[in-house]
Design a protein around this ligand. Structure first.
Ligand SMILES: Cc1ncc(COP(=O)(O)O)c(C=O)c1O
Length: 488
């Protein structure tokens, strides 16, 4: 968050500096005070003016809650220390009959819900792929809700629809993707990949999905939901798709190549896969849900070699691009195939043809689409290319540091090449010891890490991705791991 601080203060080892969140939030509140300029009829004091005094007072309290939460989150246990059902048991069985004040909601957020929160905003959150909801995006989410644009059609939300196109163009340029591709936002990489596979099936008329044994389970899920066949190709000793084993592709609708696999962040040889796709007339979908964000740094662009030949690409802004869930970016160079797959226009939604093509509901499963572009726009503007690069490089450096500690410590091993900000490692010896270690360190509440199985072995994963994570946090993770390993 240091890039956002109004006072420009360097990152401190203590509580997060959220002064930017407070100052910007207050400015918004102040800026929203005069709504008369927005009135269509120009009437200053019409009887119809909304009474937003509650929004101002409650909004200030909510903003203060958010700021103080981010300040103290590092002191809370990272992993929620509750048993299944515990939170539900604390909540009333039915909604209240009488309206309650918003203050009661904030109170229960603290008293009832907070103990059941696993803190993704915690600097020692290292599980799965760590993410950051950065300040501009937090504020933009609130503004998007205030606007409540529902983009069922271009005309129901022209600004958010066109902004979505623009920010997707901006990110394409930042990541080195070809210009001119059609981009839109889905809720998740799972939906983006599902949509791409549907478009591929439409374009090819075939029913086989091909991916590596390291591809994300969203590919399995999509194939199952669509009743398509799935072929998993073995990966090599670095967990990359083994292109030589792709087999007969005459029935292949789509090959899904992964840039940054979930278990180990392996990078499939996209160029070679693109060549095979071209020969087989199959669609190439690239899943770069996590690692795609790293392409903002030229030194990581090797991982996107060949991606310019893809038919579709997904990158999750909500993974490593400082944007809160949900914000999955999907580009295609074949938008007409998406339209053929998804366009269903009942009479009540009919507009002139040229306008239909602008409606992003034409390119994916959802009709009513929320304004996710606003938060991404805020992130891109308030962090800039250099801020995004600094975030990626900071995470990569911390992961590299952690990797050195593991590699230098007898009795521990690094289990996969580290390309980005994920380290796969384990204690030498049986899987059972590593499983027990994972449970112990996560139960401590001091850190939260996750696991994977690589080459048949149980490995631990430490993923850096929280903007507030410092070297002290990573050192603490290593201390907790070595301490708990000694106690096994
Ligand atoms: C490579 C990859 N693809 C897809 C996904 C699914 O992402 P989402 O949760 O946005 O559906 C993940 C999640 O971690 C992932 O690592």
């Amino acid at each position: 968050m240091s890039g956002l601080r109004a006072d420009g203060a360097a990152e401190s080892a203590g509580a997060a500096d959220v002064s930017g969140l407070r100052a910007d939030g207050a400015a918004e509140s102040a800026g929203a005070a005069d709504v008369s300029g927005l009135r269509a009829d120009g009437a200053a004091e019409s009887a119809g003016a909304a009474d937003v005094s509650g929004l101002r007072a409650d909004g200030a309290a909510a903003l203060e809650w958010a700021a103080s939460y981010l300040e103290r989150v590092s002191e809370l246990p990272v992993l929620a220390q509750v048993a299944p059902g515990e939170i539900r048991a604390r909540l009333p069985k039915t909604a209240p009959d009488e309206p309650e004040p918003f203050a009661a909601v904030l109170r229960d957020l603290d008293e009832v819900l907070l103990p059941g929160v696993t803190h993704w905003q915690h600097p020692r959150y290292f599980a799965y792929f760590a993410t950051t909801a950065s300040e501009p995006a937090i504020l933009a989410e609130m503004l998007a809700a205030a606007l409540n644009s529902v983009a069922i059609l271009w005309r129901t939300a022209p600004a958010s629809t066109e902004l979505e196109g623009v920010v997707l163009d901006w990110v394409a340029e930042l990541l080195g993707l070809p210009q001119g591709w059609h981009g839109h936002i889905e809720d998740s990489a799972s939906t983006s990949t599902l949509a791409a596979i549907i478009a591929a099936r439409e374009a090819t008329g075939r029913d086989l999905v091909v991916c590596s044994d390291q591809a994300h389970s969203s590919v399995d899920k999509a194939a199952r939901m669509l009743g398509m066949r799935l072929r998993k190709v073995p990966s090599d000793d670095q967990f990359r798709m083994d292109v030589a084993q792709l087999g007969d592709l005459s029935d292949a609708a789509v090959i899904v190549a992964t840039v940054g696999t979930t278990a180990a962040t392996a990078v499939d040889p996209v160029g070679a896969v693109a060549e095979v796709c071209a020969q087989a007339d199959a669609w190439l979908h690239v899943d770069a849900a996590y690692a795609g964000a790293a392409m903002v740094c030229p030194e990581h662009r090797w991982a996107f070699d060949g991606v310019e030949r893809a038919d579709s690409v997904v990158v999750n802004a909500h993974k490593w691009m400082l944007t809160p869930n949900d914000c999955s970016l999907l580009w295609t160079r074949r938008p007409e195939d998406f339209r053929r797959a998804f366009s269903v226009i009942p009479e009540y939604l009919r507009t002139p043809d040229a306008e239909d093509a602008l409606s992003l509901s034409e390119y994916g499963p959802a009709l009513g689409r929320r304004n996710r572009a606003l938060k991404l726009w805020a992130v891109l503007r308030c962090h800039g290319r250099f801020g995004l690069q600094a975030h990626i490089r900071g995470g990569v450096d911390l992961a590299a540091q952690f990797e050195r500690w593991v590699a230098d410590e007898p009795g521990w091993e690094v289990c996969a090449p580290r390309h980005f900000s994920l380290v796969c490692f384990r204690l030498e010896g049986p899987d059972e010891r590593n499983r027990a270690l994972l449970e112990r360190v996560n139960a401590s509440g001091e850190i939260f890490i996750s696991h994977a199985v690589l080459g048949g072995r149980y490995v631990l994963r430490l993923a850096v991705g929280q903007m507030s994570t410092t070297e002290d946090d990573v050192r603490r993770a290593w201390e907790v791991l070595t301490r708990e390993a000694a106690a096994l």
